[in-house]
Design a protein around this ligand. Structure first.
Ligand SMILES: Nc1nc2c(ncn2[C@@H]2O[C@H](COP(=O)(O)OP(=O)(O)OP(=O)(O)O)[C@@H](O)[C@H]2O)c(=O)[nH]1
Ligand SMILES: [Mg+2]
Length: 331
């Protein structure tokens, strides 16, 4: 009986092949087992995967718990990694707590978060990783944190809309980012743009507090001066206002600049359960690479539903896909 493996399974298998360590191998095997079509044709394969998984888990256990890993190195998960940078007590943890199930420490006193805490935020049918960080102060950030900021897909500068120090907080964060070479200083290049982190956005918290509206206006003005790169953007939120959190979710997704693409096996319904995530501007070929490393070489034709004129329209390999497209890859 043929195994009829799905693109989801092949993608998980590819992750296994590319895994850099045992933990990644274990995660990939778990995913392969979760998505493998369950029928007689895959019985042997399922048993083999379970065997490999249990062997790896045993090896990991033997290695022993308590090995010190760098807490500021956070493996990326989901459609993108979003990190929250800000002064003490600005509401970073409260925000991550409201948007994810991460166990964060929200407190009235400053410096309540000693180490990064990651959680997953749902947005429609995908998950986005949010990372709550310890606070920064004028000219200071915890050791190791610059690396976290640098490797993020999106950097959120968190400014307290309930505090008269909000302008100082925004300027302070910018200066720190420039000092560490994460942002280009004004005058150095055509304009300060995110050099290493892909994207940047300012979030003004505690919008329920008195005076937050007026501070938001001041911050807008200051932000435009500080950030002359593309697309200066601020969002005002309050953990007390659920609708503001929904707006933030959407802004985060848009700012990550990724698209969701679904695959379809010829003659079958599209698999809408789990999209593949591509960078904005991703092509059919990029999708094929994500599905399986052997796919691009074998790819003969592709058909697309969504961003094309008529459903199932044949497209070239370099066709640029759009968010929500369904693609049939034919080998
Ligand atoms: N009114 C109001 N208070 C908030 C909001 N968000 C956070 N707070 C309060 O602000 C205080 C600080 O919140 P945290 O989330 O702990 O702040 P933080 O930025 O994580 O602080 P550090 O970990 O010390 O950097 C707490 O007393 C929260 O209850 C909000 O949207 N509205
Ligand atoms: Mg905190």
């Amino acid at each position: 009986m043929p195994a009829n493996l799905t693109p989801q399974y092949l993608a998980a298998e590819e992750k296994y092949r590319r895994a850099r360590d045992k933990a990644e191998k274990i995660a990939a095997l778990e995913e392969m087992l979760a998505v493998i079509p369950k029928h007689k044709g895959t019985d042997h394969l399922q048993a083999d995967l379970k065997r490999r998984l249990s062997k790896l888990r045993q090896m990991e256990e033997k290695k022993g718990a308590g090995k010190s890993a760098d807490p500021f190195q956070i493996p990326k998960e989901g459609a993108g990694q979003v990190v929250l940078m800000g002064y003490p007590n600005t509401g970073k943890s409260a925000l991550v707590g409201a948007l994810t199930r991460a166990k964060v420490n929200v407190a009235e006193y400053p410096f309540a978060t000693p180490l990064p805490v990651a959680g997953m935020m749902s947005y429609e049918d995908i998950m986005i990783q949010l990372v709550d960080l310890p606070p920064v102060t004028a000219g200071e950030m915890p050791r190791g944190m610059a690396g976290t900021l640098r490797q993020a897909d999106l950097l959120l500068i968190i400014v307290d809309g309930g505090s008269d120090n909000c302008l100082e907080q925004l300027t302070g964060c910018y200066e720190l980012l420039q000092e560490r070479g994460i942002l280009v200083a004004p005058g150095e290049e055509p304009g300060p743009q995110v050099k290493t982190a892909r994207e940047l956005m300012t979030v003004i918290t505690k919008s329920d507090l008195p005076g937050a509206g007026a501070r938001m206006e001041l911050l807008q003005e200051l932000g435009k001066e500080l950030y002359t790169g593309d697309g200066w953007e601020t969002v005002a939120v309050s953990v007390e206002k659920p609708e503001s959190l929904e707006v933030l979710r959407e802004h985060i997704f848009r700012r990550l600049r990724v698209i969701r693409v679904y695959t379809k096996v010829p003659g079958k319904e599209a698999d809408l359960s789990k999209p593949f995530i591509l960078k904005d501007g991703g092509t059919v070929l990029d999708l094929a690479e994500l599905v399986h490393r052997d796919f691009p070489g074998k790819l003969k034709r592709a058909r697309v539903w969504g961003s094309v004129k008529f459903p199932g329209q044949p497209v070239e390999r370099d066709y640029r896909l759009a968010d929500g497209d369904i693609v049939e890859l034919l080998v």
